[in-house]
Design a protein around this ligand. Structure first.
Ligand SMILES: [Zn+2]
Length: 102
């Protein structure tokens, strides 16, 4: 994802707070990225309503799919939980991709 400008940082800060400073996919508190729920290339806006927080790993898996907004979660305290949640998230994204193809 391209570098976030100061204006975007300011505009999207409420999303960080909504997501408890952790990834909505796995609960990781590190490598966080602002993700467009509806990708820009598919007409999504830059407003905070279209922003969710994902870590780099989950964001990569989501890619440019129109995967529904993920619910905020609390930061996970162990790597094992984050790994387990990531697996779940990856499966959910895969299942979703399949469902929209068929
Ligand atoms: Zn994640």
């Amino acid at each position: 994802m391209p570098k976030v400008t100061q204006a975007q940082e300011w505009l999207w800060k409420p999303a960080m707070i909504e997501y408890n400073y952790c990834c909505g996919g796995c609960g990781s508190p590190i490598d966080l990225e602002y993700d467009h729920i509806i990708p820009r290339c598919k007409g999504g806006s830059d407003s905070v309503a279209n922003i969710q927080i994902l870590c780099h790993h989950c964001n990569q898996h989501k890619g440019k799919t129109l995967f529904p907004k993920v619910a905020p979660r609390m930061p996970e305290s162990t790597i094992a939980n984050i790994v387990a949640n990531r697996k779940e998230f990856v499966y959910a994204v895969r299942a979703f991709k399949k469902s929209i193809k068929g």
